[in-house]
Write a protein that binds this ligand. Structure first.
Ligand code: CMC
Length: 397
């Protein structure tokens, strides 16, 4: 019935050529534009990495200053867009607001957009990176019934986000009287860098597929956000905390490991396993250490962290997980750091989306630079009925 390769999860299909991110799953190597993730995580600010992903080279001082200024200038959202939030139910999931509001940016900027013009495309990319923290923080503020906080141009990307999240009406979260421990800002910056890109994952592939039709970039990124939401992808960081709460105590770990191994039980260890990494996820190695440091710094002893360590140790020594090469992935520990930063659990995937926007726009820009990007149009193996003739209603069994 068909003469095409059947590859339902795109396990053996390269959908594009890309110069952005390199992954060696066997050896746990991740490079952005050739630079090891460990070096970028240690030395860079997030916007520097976003610039690298978009432009192919690290910015010099002037380029970074100009880029940061552009991102800050574009952080403000239109007052009418801000009012969109009033239409959402008070307990709407922040991801549902993010999908809707980012998609609606098309309604504000689409008419002036010429996606064939590379300058226009770069403006769109910077606009999305700039506005994403503002929209994300507004989603949170709406869900807890607090007034919107405007972005500030005197703060760094991560500081500005934290200020918009946590300012009270009477005081800034960050100013000369109230400042946030720079180490915690650095931890957030690190998480954003680690999540910034990961080549053709489900959400990035979705952005490329939508973009291949010539759809506007705001709609494409909204499609990526929708794909990210699921627990097998970006929703895993939220699912890890839900799972740890469900496990409750170290005594219950063996029971849940047994459930994860039982093929008749749909339960999986969230934050474990990866399609590409089969020995270790280099991002998880960095995050695990940062998690220890952040908890020490905040002097928070989190029982969920101790439980995560117990779960990790038992799973890594279990034959099932060893044979199937299932290791903690980036999301196993990221949620615990977010929790230590007071980010609510239902915002975890939103945090991932803020960071991944850099990768999504970089891939969209790369695709749009091709002279004639083909429309993404996979085929299928048809397994339905063979040709048959129509029967009037009265003759159907
Ligand atoms: N717990 C228990 N068993 C697992 C798990 C797990 N977390 N992950 C995979 N397996 C088993 C699976 O049951 C299958 O067994 P069998 O071969 O006997 O049928 C085998 O390992 C291979 O699994 P798969 O689903 O075919 O592997 P995949 O490469 O298609 O899936 C994955 C990768 C990440 C979707 C999967 O490992 C998973 O569901 N993990 C939990 C969710 C998660 O943590 N997702 C975040 C991924 S990293 C962040 C991101 O990039 O989005």
């Amino acid at each position: 019935l068909g003469c095409f390769t059947y590859d339902p999860g795109f396990i053996a299909t390269s959908s594009c050529k890309s110069k952005i991110t390199y992954i060696d799953g066997e050896n746990g190597i991740l490079l952005y534009r050739g630079y090891p993730i460990e070096q970028l995580a240690e030395h860079c600010e997030f916007t520097e990495v976003a610039y690298l992903l978009m432009n192919g080279e690290l910015p010099n001082q002037t380029e970074l200053r100009d880029f940061n200024e552009e991102i800050s200038d574009r952080a403000i959202i239109h007052e009418s867009l801000r009012k969109f939030f009033d239409g959402f139910h008070y307990d709407a999931h922040p991801m549902s607001m993010l999908v809707g509001v980012v998609g609606s940016l098309s309604a504000f900027y689409h008419s002036e957009l010429n996606i064939k013009d590379s300058t226009h495309r770069k403006v769109c990319a910077a606009r999305l990176i700039g506005k994403m923290p503002t929209i994300a923080a507004a989603s949170y503020r709406h869900s807890v019934g607090r007034p919107f906080v405007y972005p500030r141009i005197d703060l760094s990307y991560c500081e500005n986000f934290l200020n918009m999240m946590f300012s009270r009406s009477s005081q800034n979260y960050i100013d000369q009287d109230h400042y946030i421990d720079p180490y915690l800002v650095k931890a957030l910056n690190l998480l954003f860098i680690l999540h910034a890109d990961h080549e053709q994952n489900a959400s990035t592939s979705t952005v490329r597929l939508a973009g291949s039709t010539g759809a506007n970039p705001y709609a494409c990124i909204a499609a990526g956000i929708a794909a990210l939401w699921g627990p097998a992808h970006g929703g895993a960081n939220e699912a890890v905390l839900t799972m740890l709460a469900q496990i409750g105590s170290a005594d219950n770990v063996p029971k849940f490991i047994a459930k994860a191994k039982d093929h008749d039980d749909p339960f999986r260890l969230m934050g474990f396993g990866h399609r590409v990494y089969k020995n270790f996820d280099p991002r998880a190695t960095i995050i695990r250490k940062t998690c220890h440091d952040v908890l020490a710094r905040t002097q928070k002893s989190d029982p969920l962290f101790d439980l995560a360590l117990a779960l990790e140790e038992q799973a890594l020594n279990d034959d099932y997980f060893i044979e199937k090469k299932l290791y903690p992935n980036v999301d196993f520990y990221s949620g615990i750091i977010y929790k230590a930063l007071n980010i609510p659990v239902d915002m975890f995937t939103v945090m991932f989306a803020i960071a991944r926007t850099a990768g999504w726009v970089a891939h969209w820009l790369e695709m749009m630079e091709e002279p004639a990007p083909p429309i993404g149009r996979p085929r299928q193996l048809y397994i339905g009925p063979a040709r048959r003739d129509f029967l009037p209603k009265g003759q159907r069994s």
